[in-house]
Design a protein around this ligand. Structure first.
Ligand SMILES: [Zn+2]
Length: 1109
């Protein structure tokens, strides 16, 4: 630490591990070094022009005028009988209802401080990034009332750190530490067990089980709304001690495939290796056998050999394709635009280089002010780490695991000098076309640091291997001597574990603290008047009906439904009922489960009832006039229902919750949407949702939020429910089944993916790194359980994570370092599995080598995550300044420390030539822009996406792709499944590139714009759009007509291919002169000047001015 003179204890205290005593804080106690460089003066010399409000601000919040005397419960009974008001539903008006949201919202500044550590930490005088000093936003504040949690369920290895003393060998594979087991005594043991008193949710014994399926049952209709449930203590949320560990071995029905079976299936032969399963992780095709396990191209078979990343005959998106290629060239190939830069561009730059001949392409000097066409025609591949070819050949796929710097600096001070952030970007549960799966009774791990054996360990001899993270020498277990792939003995280095940087293990029983949980899905549906108005319920029910057999799971899968408005409605779906039975609980202050045993039911056994319910739900609430939304209580009810098993909670909400716990008030001032000043209310108004999320996380429940709304819903507050429980947020602004068909299509497609995609339950992810490196901040949706362990109640294949790293000890003697991400999860079939990714990178000791290995996309992605945190903990303007300074600082460092000959201009190494462009794009992105009207929820959602989307998708949201598509040809096209996919080149994001005679497609990740020029080629209009003229292009066109023309087929193939490469569905919007979306389209023209933001060229000049100061 001697090289960090500015170390300040105040900044170092941030990421205290939550679990006292459980995770030795010593070696991982993050003491983030503070970079010692002087911050550049704040960037405030240019101020945006006054904002222009481009759309009419809506009223803050519409309340539907509900007639005061409106009976609360007038809905017909299940089964669609003629409207018949059950007697008990006539007068359950809750009377002394709490005024909404009086209790919760503290002043924003206070609430902000309650979420993030060190809120009072003095902000740096100048807004430069201080790498490695940002407080981790995810750690629980010390003051949180939620008790600290113990190690997560089923994780065998609570105390792991790369520098921890070796545990006694007997501890290696022991299962539950006794401390956790003791909790199981009070835990509801299994899915079918009634809740115990430990939860305080005792089943109301005095209430007879409702037997009449014809009428909804309302509990406590005549009781004071604040009374306790019929029996048992009131279920106070705060009083519930969140158990620290899952119950162990108890009444939970064993999974169909008992763990012992896996281990015991074993081998008749002397090895314990059962099989190497080349099953496709996501696709059914078998992979190539044997040594092909080594690299796992995510390409469909048949496309694996399509040469280089530049080869346009590959079927994949070039970025993806490049990433999947086992790259063998070092240094990385720099992608030259066709024709290359002209001599005029090259020579002045090269003239300045002292090492012309030996300079790698990544370090070629580029004068950004002179080279105008920097954008490559194809997406940029990830840079290749400068490793020996044999190592690089088996290295982790950068789509899965990627570092901002592909060459790791030897010391923190060197990293500080480079002024680039060091971090990892992960997509750990990505759908892979090929994934080696290993079943073995012994998973070989380092005895000291618990690292999984991987391709980058070294074998001292046949019997000993040396850990690449802590350097301990370990014995090779006997069974590892047998190689099932070659069926030979005595070649441990040829085992699949040592040949694959990504591998999955089927875990033996030591990896379980309880039987693996079944797949459990609970749907929580807003059925208020507002919700019914949007028409979403129909789409949801139909989607689930259509895909119910594709819901991942096995014979144990359970489902349940809760609907809510001002009351909470449960559905008894127990086998044997003739139809579903609705149970209404109106006491939302004191929520309880009316019949806890029959609300979550086995899907196979009760499928017909579930289908009946889905068919009747949309009509059930058709006539409702209830405008209130007791979301908080519904979430509490759902949490109670899922607590015994864990599972996935899918919440559909259409308005600001305004009743009971968690009620919110509108905080958005529409007049401030276009403010050029700081944006308020980016942090939550209440900690209710975060606390509940942490309770959920402790019980292995993840909450996914679908927000469908035209009004402000305070996503900054609501989003916490997903963020801390490892869920995801989907947002459909202005959703309406009639007025917004494009949104309906998106919602349908997203739902289909959501319902059918792979899912992992009760997961944890641990990231280990070579001794000397340490993690200090995570980004994504999760709960940080300890400094290197994330709690993920659910893990899904579409989630990305980012990690900031620091260098705590000099890496002097090391040639390479490694990073290993291990994701332990329960599959939907009840198998405990571990997916392990290992990334190996070289260590370098010169600044020029660090620069040569910079990954500009990864850096931009990590900076975006850091900027989101900064926006919330400090301010948006602070975050914006910090991003600008990141560009200034790194280019200054390059100029001062790498370039040997000074010359005028704004100079960048070729590998960073797009850095200023991406920074400018971030400044203009919805998350961070100022001076352009941006709804608060839209902004907050954009921020969520930057933190949560894997890099490939986040980059499209930062810097969209623009293509000309009216002249698509088959030249250079891809050929996939006998479909020809044209490959137009990427264009710069500038109006200059548009032409009135043409049509352009802008792919902005979640949305695509089809811009049609006023004099667009009539052939395109008729052959692709099916209209005779520009004037007849319909404004609301969101789907291209299926015309039987070559042009139509090409265009649809191209758009379809782009869509196929992401897990969410981008809608298509047609832009004409008068289009309502024109402004959004134009805002993505990043290189152009707007009334509130600089053009790219102006931005470069600004950078140059700062750098030459
Ligand atoms: Zn080790």
């Amino acid at each position: 630490m001697t090289h960090q003179p500015n170390y300040s204890p105040m900044q170092a205290k941030a990421p205290a591990p939550p679990g006292p005593g459980l995770y030795p804080s010593g070696p991982y106690q993050p003491v983030p070094p503070v970079s010692s460089y002087q911050p550049v003066p704040p960037v405030s010399s240019y101020q945006p022009v006054p904002p222009v409000s481009s759309y009419q601000p809506g009223p803050p919040l519409t309340s539907y005028p509900a007639s005061p005397g409106q009976p609360l419960l007038t809905r017909p009974p299940m089964g669609g009988l003629p409207s018949h008001t059950p007697p008990q539903s006539a007068s359950p008006s809750p009377g002394p209802r709490l005024p909404p949201a009086q209790a919760t919202p503290p002043p924003p500044s206070v609430s902000s401080s309650s979420y993030y550590q060190n809120p009072q930490q003095p902000q740096p005088m100048a807004p430069s990034w201080q790498y490695n000093t940002a407080p981790p936003p995810m750690g629980p504040p010390a003051s949180m009332s939620t008790p600290p949690r113990g190690p997560v369920a089923n994780h065998v290895n609570p105390a792991v750190s790369s520098t921890a003393p070796p545990p006694p060998s007997s501890a290696v594979y022991t299962s539950a530490p006794p401390a956790h087991v003791s909790h199981s005594a009070t835990q509801p043991p299994g899915p079918r067990m009634p809740p115990t008193s430990a939860h305080g949710y005792t089943q109301p014994g005095t209430v007879p089980p409702p037997m009449n399926p014809m009428a909804p049952h309302t509990y406590q209709p005549s009781r004071a709304p604040y009374g306790p449930p019929p029996t048992g203590p009131p279920p106070t949320m705060k009083a519930t001690p969140p158990p620290t560990g899952p119950p162990m071995g108890n009444a939970t029905p064993p999974p169909p495939k008992a763990v012992g079976t896996v281990a015991g299936n074993g081998p008749q032969a002397p090895n314990s290796y059962n099989h190497v399963d080349n099953k496709m992780a996501g696709l059914p095709q078998p992979g190539p056998p044997g040594r092909h396990l080594g690299h796992y191209p995510s390409l469909p078979p048949g496309y694996q050999n399509t040469s280089t990343p530049h080869n346009t005959t590959s079927p994949m998106h070039p970025a993806m394709q490049a990433a999947t290629q086992p790259y063998t060239q070092a240094p990385q190939p720099y992608q030259q635009p066709p024709g290359g830069p002209g001599p005029a561009q090259l020579s002045p730059s090269l003239a300045a280089m002292s090492l012309q001949s030996s300079t790698p392409e990544a370090l070629r000097v580029v004068n950004l002010l002179q080279e105008r066409n920097l954008l490559p025609p194809r997406p940029i591949p990830a840079p290749t780490p400068c490793l020996p070819q044999d190592l690089q050949k088996i290295n982790c796929n950068p789509e899965v695991f990627r570092s901002t710097l592909t060459s790791i600096p030897q010391t923190q001070s060197l990293l500080n000098k480079a002024k680039m952030p060091l971090g990892l970007l992960l997509h750990p549960f990505k759908d892979l076309s090929q994934l080696p799966v290993v079943t073995s009774s012994t998973i070989v791990r380092c005895r000291s640091c618990r690292t999984y054996i991987n391709p980058f360990v070294s074998f001292l001899d046949q019997r000993r291997w040396k850990c690449n993270l802590c350097y301990r020498v370990n014995d090779v277990p006997e069974e590892f001597m047998y190689n099932p792939v070659s069926r030979s003995y005595g070649e441990p280095h040829k085992r699949p574990e040592v040949q694959n940087a990504t591998i999955e293990f089927i875990a033996p029983s030591e990896y379980m603290l309880r039987p693996p949980q079944p797949a459990v899905y609970l749907f929580v549906l807003d059925v208020s008047h507002n919700a019914v108005e949007t028409g979403y319920l129909n789409v949801f029910c139909q989607s689930l009906l259509d895909n119910i057999n594709a819901l991942p799971g096995d014979s144990r899968t359970k489902v349940g439904f809760i609907t809510f408005d001002s009351t909470i409605h449960f559905y008894n779906l127990q086998e044997g009922l003739s139809q579903p039975q609705m149970l209404i609980v109106s006491d939302i202050e004191d929520i309880f489960l009316p019949t806890p045993d029959s609300l979550l039911v086995n899907l196979n056994e009760c499928k017909e009832l579930v289908q009946d319910l889905l068919k009747s739900l949309p009509t059930l609430f058709e006539k409702t006039m209830e405008t209130q939304s007791a979301l908080g209580s519904a979430l509490q009810a759902a949490f109670k229902l899922l607590s015994p098993t864990g599972g996935r909670m899918s919440v559909f909400q259409t308005q600001l919750p305004n009743l009971g716990v968690g009620a919110l008030q509108s905080r958005e001032d529409p007049n401030q949407r276009a403010s050029a000043k700081d944006i308020q209310h980016l942090s939550p108004a209440t900690d209710f949702y975060k606390k509940l999320a942490l309770d959920c996380s402790g019980q292995q429940v993840a909450v996914d939020l679908f927000l469908l709304s035209s009004q402000y819903c305070d996503l900054a507050s609501l989003g916490c429910i997903s963020r801390y429980s490892a869920g995801s947020v989907y947002y459909y602004p202005s959703y309406h089944h009639q007025h917004n068909p494009a949104q309906v299509e998106c919602f349908q497609k997203d739902l289909k993916r959501y319902i059918t995609r792979k899912i992992g339950f009760e997961a944890v992810m641990r990231i280990r790194c070579t001794k000397g490196l340490s993690i200090h901040t995570f980004h994504g949706n999760f709960f940080v359980r300890s400094t290197d362990l994330l709690s993920l109640p659910n893990v899904n294949p579409d989630a990305g994570f980012a990690v900031q790293m620091s260098i705590e000890e000099n890496l002097d003697d090391m040639q390479v370092v490694s990073f290993q991400a291990a994701l332990l999860y329960t599959s939907s079939k009840g198998e405990r599995r571990i997916r392990v990714h290992t990334l190996c990178l070289p260590v370098v000791n010169s600044l020029s080598d660090i620069f040569a290995g910079a990954d500009v996309q990864a850096i931009s992605g990590l900076l975006a995550c850091m900027a989101v945190d900064r926006s919330v903990t400090a301010s948006l303007s602070d975050a914006r300044d910090a991003m600008t300074n990141a560009a200034i600082d790194s280019l200054t460092s390059y100029r001062q420390s790498v370039l040997t000959i000074q010359q005028p201009g704004l100079l960048a190494p070729a590998c960073l030539r797009l850095f200023p462009l991406f920074i400018l794009a971030l400044l203009k992105q919805k998350s961070f822009r100022t001076g352009t009207s941006t709804r608060l929820d839209d902004r907050v959602f954009a921020m969520c996406q930057l933190k949560y989307q894997p890099l490939a998708y986040a980059m499209l949201m930062i810097h969209p792709s623009l293509y000309r598509i009216d002249d698509l040809t088959d030249e250079g096209a891809l050929n996939i499944s006998e479909r020809t996919i044209p490959q137009p080149i990427l264009l710069q994001l500038s109006v200059e590139k548009l032409s009135r005679e043409a049509a352009f497609l802008m792919d902005a990740g979640t949305v695509m714009y089809l811009w049609i020029g006023r004099n667009c080629n009539p052939n395109f209009l008729s052959q692709v759009l099916g209209v005779p003229s520009y004037a007849s292009v319909p404004d609301n066109l969101f789907m291209l007509p299926e015309l039987d023309t070559a042009e139509s087929q090409r265009t649809r193939a191209f758009i379809g291919w782009l869509r196929d490469q992401r897990p969410f569905f981008p809608s298509l919007r047609v832009i004409r002169d008068e289009s309502q979306w024109k402004a959004s389209f134009m805002q993505n023209m990043i290189e152009d000047r707007t009334e509130s933001a600089l053009s790219y060229y102006e931005f470069l000049l600004h950078l140059q001015q700062q750098i030459s100061k």
